[in-house]
Ligand binder design. Structure first.
Ligand code: AMP
Length: 280
């Protein structure tokens, strides 16, 4: 039976007991409203660790002033059931006041990288992500933490933070889980109207085209990006935020595609901002 843990203090008590018993801990940080993407992380953690903690916290410090913090979809009872079925042992659900009490002052930021790609239109986002993950790592002391490659920049930034700050946690990336038509699963997909939902898989269609071009020998990033943007432009509903080919090691744009180049896209589709990527 999964246990809901509402406070950092109680979570720390449980973690101390698990550590005394030398049981390994897997952590899956989330903002809830679970789909198969989240559940794939939980199943893997449950298979690889003695105990799995899923944190469910819609972290206010990673939302900009005009973003969807208030409207972010929530369904705690459904999430609790799904997490239990996926093998999670604890659902950690702190409140904003517990995570950021009055007078809170401390932030963790991976410089430069937090300002690239999604960081251009969401300037405070990654500082919020690294801060909350650092706090979650300190509370839950996981041996392993699981992150989805749908949010590739987030994974790379967290992995960098952990290496730079000598944190004792292994960061494990997991493949993007998709709908049958290719759309990357996301809690925010519920914002899409029927018409937008039909257009949404064009992003993945463009990325797949890019992969085929690369496999056929095309390494010119400009040409590959043009093929993706042409595909996305098949629907006028999209407003492209960015489309970049970058090095996974530096997050800097590349002109020539090499093995390991990350092609990342963000596009507005109605009220939703969709992101997706491919690592070539
Ligand atoms: P979120 O609740 O959106 O903050 O996501 C929590 C975790 O689930 C993050 O590590 C995400 O990268 C991961 N995730 C979200 N969507 C997917 C997906 N479609 N496939 C795999 N992992 C995902």
């Amino acid at each position: 039976m999964i246990q809901r843990i509402p406070t950092p203090e109680k979570m720390k008590e449980i973690v101390s007991a698990l550590k005394c018993e030398r049981r390994s801990i897997g952590l899956v940080p989330t903002m809830g409203y679970f789909h198969e993407g989240h559940l794939s992380l939980m199943r893997r953690s449950s298979a690889e660790n003695d105990a799995t903690i899923v944190s469910l916290f819609v972290n206010p410090t990673q939302f900009g002033a005009n973003e969807d913090l208030e409207k972010y979809p929530r369904d705690l009872d459904r999430d609790t059931k799904l997490a239990e079925e996926a093998g999670a042992d604890y659902l950690f659900t702190p409140t904003n006041e517990m995570m950021y009490p009055e007078g809170y002052k401390t932030y963790v930021k991976v410089v430069d990288w937090s300002g690239f790609l999604c960081g251009v239109s969401r300037p405070i986002h990654f500082r919020g992500v690294t801060t909350v993950c650092c706090k979650l790592f300190n509370i839950c002391m996981p041996d392993r933490a699981y992150f989805g490659l749908k949010d590739a920049q987030q994974y790379l930034i967290i992995d960098k933070m952990v290496r730079d700050l000598n944190m004792n946690v292994e960061i494990i990336p997991m493949q993007t889980v998709r709908e049958a038509d290719g759309l990357a699963m996301s809690s925010r997909n519920v914002y899409l109207t029927d018409e937008e939902r039909k257009a949404a898989p064009l992003i993945q269609k463009g990325l797949t085209k890019a992969l085929k071009m690369y496999e056929n020998g095309e390494t010119d990033a400009k040409k590959v990006k043009a093929a993706i943007s042409d595909t996305i432009a098949e629907s006028q509903l999209f407003k492209l935020d960015y489309l970049e080919a970058v090095s996974k090691e530096t997050l800097c744009p590349v002109e020539g595609i090499l093995p390991g180049t990350l092609i990342a896209v963000a596009a507005y589709l109605g009220k939703a901002r969709l992101i997706d990527n491919i690592i070539l």
